[in-house]
Design a protein around this ligand. Structure first.
Ligand code: DQA
Length: 149
């Protein structure tokens, strides 16, 4: 049986985690979040790849590669593209991959424009407001989901 795999996608400005508005996004860097996810996935014998981009086109193209390079589950923080990107939503629908939407901050406790997501209704679930821990919770769920499928 081939190894199971998870893809973690990070949208714009998440490369600045650790520096960027820690009152919203905490102090953890993206590198430390990614390392924790890779380590936890390894313990479950799952390959985990991470990808961050500030460019919508790059994220769409990375999602499209799932059509030819299968992944079992996606964890995505679309960041600002959450509230704008029909293109990323359509790409996820096209490749029919189950995914969890993660936000470090509680988007529902912030500005009204953050309350709408183009992803939530097609996601398996959403984690918002639990900081970096939200990613490890999403990974726990993804691992269970993969084990059961
Ligand atoms: C975010 C919330 C978005 O509204 C914002 O644009 C981000 C990060 C979060 O993780 O809380 O860049 O997705």
């Amino acid at each position: 049986m081939s190894a199971k795999s998870i893809l973690v996608l990070h949208g714009p400005n998440l490369n600045l985690l650790g520096l960027r508005e820690p009152e919203h996004y905490g102090n953890a860097t993206l590198a430390s979040i990614n390392q924790t996810l890779v380590d936890n996935a390894k313990l479950a014998n799952i390959d985990l790849e991470t990808f961050q981009s500030n460019a919508e086109a790059e994220l769409v193209t990375r999602i499209q590669t799932i059509a030819t390079h299968h992944v079992d589950f996606v964890i995505i923080n679309p960041a600002a593209f959450t509230h704008t990107s029909v293109a990323m939503r359509d790409a996820l629908s096209a490749v029919k991959v189950p995914f969890i939407e993660v936000h470090l901050s509680n988007v529902y406790a912030r500005e009204a424009f953050r309350h709408h997501s183009y992803f939530t209704d097609i996601a398996v679930g959403v984690i918002s407001g639990l900081g970096a821990h939200g990613y490890t919770l999403a990974l726990d769920y993804a691992i269970r989901h993969i084990d059961q499928s």
